[in-house]
Design a binder for this molecule. Structure first.
Ligand SMILES: *[C@@H]1O[C@H](CO)[C@@H](O)[C@H](O)[C@H]1NC(C)=O
Ligand SMILES: *[C@@H]1O[C@H](CO)[C@@H](O)[C@H](O)[C@H]1NC(C)=O
Ligand SMILES: *[C@@H]1O[C@H](CO)[C@@H](O)[C@H](O)[C@H]1NC(C)=O
Ligand SMILES: *[C@@H]1O[C@H](CO)[C@@H](O)[C@H](O)[C@H]1NC(C)=O
Ligand SMILES: *[C@@H]1O[C@H](CO)[C@@H](O)[C@H](O)[C@H]1NC(C)=O
Length: 361
């Protein structure tokens, strides 16, 4: 009887044979699917937007294609020369996600012909060129994701310019782009309510430059520098409007070395080496009183002092009572001796053979 291979071995075999199996069926990593009317899945290498989409399509997701350049009305069949509108508008398309599809350039009016488009996700594409009019005819667009889509280390405004300024976006995602500074206010639409700048390289974020009054800013995963000048703009901007930073409890320091990984809201103004205390530091928690860790140390020290005092008092009592104690010890010894003698006497008595009564009388 063959023994069953242990599960890890099975898994390994599966991992070894799965990729060739997929390839032998003609599957490459590229697929696209559309909902709700038709859920289609094709394993073809897309070089351009899928040509025959159902006109009722609402959500369209493309992953791992090779689209390179999105030209005018790319998803609406293009724009015939001289024609008043795109060839086949997709009137109901509300969500378009083009992920990891090697998109490098967005030409003017790339998303024309999609009058209902509300959410556009271009995450994880190597964008190099964005026409200032790339989002023309995207009036209802309220959510745009560009996570991992800008060249790391390049300022956002270099690529985006004013392309977003006229949109009515409510949420913009710029996570994981290696940004060293927040995009300046003029690049952002005034309607913006949420800006996701997580996982970037922001050391000294200056949100005071963001004009939108109702803006919430996500900053977790940035290597913040925790000293007075670097943190002051952020803390002042938050003031007591803490709703502006929904992930404020996750903000961590990356520098200076002694504060690495410390939670920003747990810092004390003293640790930031601030010369003056003031409104900016009201945000730091807990307000007043030492940090919990400090508190622990303090309570241990306190306990030690109390124990030492008790010990001292005990020793003093012993010392002051040394005569009494001596007397007491003597008494004790005497009592013991009496007792022992009593035992000895009884033992001798009991073991006296003459006293042993003869049995069976
Ligand atoms: C389309 O996408 C939106 C947003 O992600 C989602 O809420 C909705 O359920 C999707 N609709 C369908 C039919 O998949
Ligand atoms: C992607 O398409 C471009 C041209 O559009 C081509 O040069 C390139 O080889 C393609 N890349 C892959 C991985 O297919
Ligand atoms: C944005 O709107 C202003 C004024 O409405 C206009 O002058 C400008 O050309 C627009 N920019 C873009 C990129 O559409
Ligand atoms: C940020 O990076 C962490 C760790 O790499 C990851 O788990 C998280 O999903 C990322 N968040 C965003 C919004 O990209
Ligand atoms: C901060 O709170 C005080 C009182 O709690 C309030 O008067 C003040 O307007 C608040 N400031 C901001 C910027 O929200």
């Amino acid at each position: 009887m063959a023994r069953r291979p242990p599960p890890p071995l099975l898994l390994l075999l599966l991992l070894l044979f799965l990729p060739p199996l997929l390839q032998s069926r003609g599957c490459s990593p590229c697929f696209w699917f559309a909902t709700p009317d038709t859920v289609q899945c094709r394993f073809v290498e897309l070089q351009e937007p899928p040509a025959e989409l159902p006109s009722a399509v609402r959500n369209l997701t493309v992953v791992g294609a090779n689209l390179t350049v999105l030209s005018r009305a790319a998803f609406a069949g293009g724009w015939a020369p001289g024609a008043p509108s795109p060839r086949r508008p997709l009137l109901h398309l509300t969500l378009l996600a083009l992920l990891r599809s090697r998109i490098e350039a967005l030409e003017e009016a790339a998303f024309a012909g999609l009058p209902s488009l509300a959410a556009l996700d271009l995450s994880h594409n190597p964008l190099r060129r964005v026409s200032p009019g790339a989002f023309l005819f995207c009036a209802p667009l309220h959510r745009l994701s560009l996570n991992g889509a800008l060249t790391a280390g390049r300022p956002a405004e270099e690529l985006l310019g004013s392309a977003l300024a006229n949109l009515s976006l409510a949420r913009l995602e710029l996570a994981g782009n290696g940004l060293r500074a927040l995009p300046p206010g003029w690049t952002l639409p005034a309607s913006l309510q949420e800006l996701d700048a997580r996982n970037n390289s922001l050391q000294e974020p200056r949100p005071d430059g963001l004009a939108a009054p109702l803006l919430r800013l996500q900053l977790a995963g940035n290597p913040l520098t925790c000293d007075c000048p670097a943190l002051r703009p952020l803390l002042l901007w938050l003031g007591n409007a803490t709703w502006r930073a929904p992930d404020r409890r996750e903000l961590r320091c990356a520098a200076p070395p002694q504060l690495r990984d410390a939670l920003v809201l747990r810092l004390r103004p003293r640790q930031l080496k601030c010369l003056e205390e003031g409104a900016a530091w009201g945000l730091l928690e807990p307000v007043g009183g030492p940090e919990p860790k400090e508190l622990e140390t303090v309570s241990y020290v306190f306990l030690g002092i109390v124990l030492a005092l008790i010990g001292l008092v005990f020793l003093m009592v012993l010392y002051l009572n040394r005569r009494g104690i001596k007397r007491w010890l003597n008494n004790l010894r005497e009592a013991c001796r009496d007792q022992m003698e009593g035992y000895q006497y009884r033992y001798e008595h009991d073991s006296d053979p003459r006293r042993a009564s003869p049995g069976g009388l």
